[in-house]
Ligand binder design. Structure first.
Ligand code: ADP
Length: 264
């Protein structure tokens, strides 16, 4: 009868487990593939945009007509802007790729967080001044943390740059530092345009920008926050975002004071 053709109970369970593991692997692989090919097509698109503009600008100067020198100068300025943009995209991409390759490449040293934050804010003062934005720093206690100073400087720089970029003229940015026995907390708060609810989950995605046109105008690549998140995760920290449109945005990071290499 048909019962003879049935696999023995033990074998059947084993086979089912194998089939389900196999499906899980295929599923994961297809997901990796999806996000990878999506990433590659995003990269190509982003890299092509400045090149296309440069070509159009150069072609129009090459039409054979004699334009006044002012036109040449204006177009050349635009070409330089596009080249700068392309460089920034490449720099950001390299930063991301390097982090992907070597999560273990943290260079951990004891860092005075108060001094680090003050230095970053001092460096960003000139761009804040251009928009007459007040940048305030408040420290609730001195913090010495074991972190990668270069990477964490990048985190704070990106967050404060955004807080200035996506802010109104005469607005404010408030940065604060606090700690308990385990973690330090840095808050970057701004009086800017805020992030719409439906975009809040996506702003950490590579190349995601709420408003492409505006972000491009301000020199954005859409990679800043994905770099930030990557670095925070490498430090086994968390990043949270609270935002309200036309009111402002708060990014809060929480990072262990003493980095411990994860044992797996
Ligand atoms: P970008 O290079 O475009 O600034 P980011 O990854 O740094 O890219 O940020 C992604 C998007 O999130 C930005 O394009 C912007 O729309 C939004 N965003 C980031 N920070 C803020 C902020 N402080 N206020 C409002 N919007 C922000």
């Amino acid at each position: 009868g048909h019962t003879d053709r049935r696999l023995p109970e033990g074998k059947l369970t084993e086979y089912k487990r194998f089939a389900s593991d196999f499906n899980k692997i295929l599923d994961a692989a297809s997901k990796v593939d999806d996000s990878r090919s999506e990433f590659v097509s995003n990269v190509s698109h982003e890299l092509k945009t400045p090149i296309t503009s440069i070509k159009v600008l150069a072609d129009s100067l090459n039409t054979g007509e004699d334009f006044p020198i002012e036109v040449y100068k204006e177009f050349m300025t635009d070409i330089v802007t596009e080249i700068d943009r392309e460089s920034k995209i490449i720099d950001d991409l390299l930063a991301l790729v390097r982090m992907d390759k070597s999560a273990s490449a943290l260079n951990i040293t004891a860092v005075n967080m108060n001094e680090m934050l003050e230095l970053v804010l001092r460096r960003l003062q000139p761009i804040a001044k251009k928009k007459n934005i007040d940048v305030l720093f408040e420290s609730f206690r001195p913090v010495i943390a074991n972190i990668d100073e270069v990477k964490m400087t990048r985190v704070i720089t990106n967050l404060v740059e955004n807080a200035i970029k996506y802010n109104e003229s005469n607005g404010w940015v408030h940065v604060s530092l606090n700690a308990d026995h385990q973690y330090f907390y840095i808050k970057v708060e701004d009086s800017g345009m805020g992030i719409p609810k439906e975009s809040q989950d996506k702003v950490f995605d590579r190349f995601y920008r709420v408003d492409k046109a505006r972000s491009r105008q301000t020199g954005g690549t859409g990679l800043g926050l994905s770099i930030v998140k990557n670095i925070i995760l490498m430090h086994h920290g968390t990043i949270k975002l609270h935002s309200e449109e036309d009111v402002g945005t708060v990014f809060t990071i929480r990072v262990p004071i003493n980095y411990v290499k994860e044992v797996k």
